[in-house]
Design a protein around this ligand. Structure first.
Ligand code: KG4
Length: 338
């Protein structure tokens, strides 16, 4: 008999539902929330309210697009954390209600496991997936982590940021350049037209596999401040070069620790995930590094880099196979690690 998992994601500002049948994606619906744009960041209370409006039509559409009847669903997987508590509560409560109504098991998913396991979402049976063990570079607005993935149930964070995440470095530097939130995609777009060797920003000197991006941010700010003293139009005139130089530096920082981690673990496969893995420069640099070092590279489709329920459904699928279910009285959690 087939295993059909309905995944529900509501950890931040995207309401998403997906259906997976024996590991193959049947539907993945995402409703993004435009309401936050004018505030320059996600407003938690507005996010919860938007989730409440979106969740029923999003789940309904995902089931219809999958071409299944809800009575065929084997289990419901939902993001239990980390994320915004109010947002998580909407998805968690909905998932619990539906599992009660359909009398099927509930599977709680750590959002970060979802990003790490997103490479196992298949479009068709012949799609290749990573072999264990592999190294996952998880880079998002809230995380920068190197994860040694030994199985879907056994993963270890071997390096993480001690201050800002890579996405924060993109977003905060973009903000001081006057770019809209989130700034990462704007830096990516501008960088394509800029000279990446024009500006030099400082890089961290941290032992081991941990990351740091706050020094880069400060050095970026100082460059702007010093130049703006003599030229008030400095940012406008140099935005492409600034973006390209910033992006290059972030990539160098990411690659430096990734290379060390590959040596240390001896893995032959490298995967990336999280919002920043949508960055064109990051994708090219990882692909090139892997090609030169005969490593298998897993670079997600752009649709799977940001928050989506397909990754929640696949992480839930593995837990379902392991009979690892969640009780109805479990609460969501705002903070959790791998
Ligand atoms: O994983 P994600 O959707 O959720 C959070 O952790 O919040 O990641 C969002 C982050 C933001 O910092 C955003 O600027 C960044 O991913 N991002 C990018 C790109 N697309 C999204 N950063 C650089 N280049 C991109 N193309």
């Amino acid at each position: 008999m087939s295993t059909i998992i309905l995944g529900i994601e509501s950890s931040c500002d995207d309401t998403s539902a997906a259906v997976i049948k024996d590991g193959i994606l049947l539907s993945n619906v995402i409703a993004s929330q435009k309401v936050h744009e004018e505030y320059g960041g996600v407003v938690p209370e507005l996010a919860s309210r938007a989730h409440q409006q979106n969740i029923v039509p999003v789940v309904d559409t995902a089931i219809k697009r999958a071409g299944i009847d809800k009575s065929e669903i084997s289990a419901i997987a939902f993001t239990r954390g980390p994320g915004l508590l109010g947002s998580l509560l909407v998805g968690t409560s909905f998932a619990k209600g539906l599992s009660l109504g359909l009398n099927i098991p509930l599977v709680d998913v750590n959002h970060l496991h979802g990003h790490v396991l997103s490479h196992f979402v298949k479009r068709q049976e012949s799609d290749t997936v990573p072999e264990f063990p592999y190294l996952c570079l998880l880079i998002s607005g809230g995380n920068s982590q190197l994860i040694h993935v030994r199985s879907p149930y056994d993963m270890e964070v071997i390096g993480k940021t001690i201050d800002d995440a890579a996405g924060e470095a993109f977003d905060k530097c973009a903000k001081v350049m006057g770019l809209p939130y989130p700034g990462g995609p704007h830096i990516d777009r501008l960088a394509a037209e800029g000279d990446a060797s024009r500006f030099k920003f400082s890089k961290p000197h941290i032992q081991g596999l941990d990351y740091s991006f706050s020094g880069l941010k400060t050095s970026f700010l100082y460059t702007l401040r010093d130049n703006l003293k003599t030229d008030p139009d400095f940012i406008e005139k140099n935005k492409a070069d600034l973006a390209a130089s910033l992006q290059r530096t972030i990539i160098e920082i990411l690659l430096d620790k990734l290379k060390k981690a590959v040596k240390l673990t001896g893995v032959s496969t490298v995967a990336i995930g999280g919002g920043v893995s949508a960055n064109s420069g990051v994708r090219e640099a990882i692909a090139e590094y892997c090609r030169k070092n005969s490593l298998n590279a897993f670079i997600p489709e752009r649709a799977f880099t940001t928050d989506n329920a397909a990754m929640v459904a696949i992480a839930g699928y593995f837990k379902y196979l392991n009979q690892d279910f969640c009780k109805l009285d479990e609460a969501p959690y705002a903070r959790v690690t791998i």
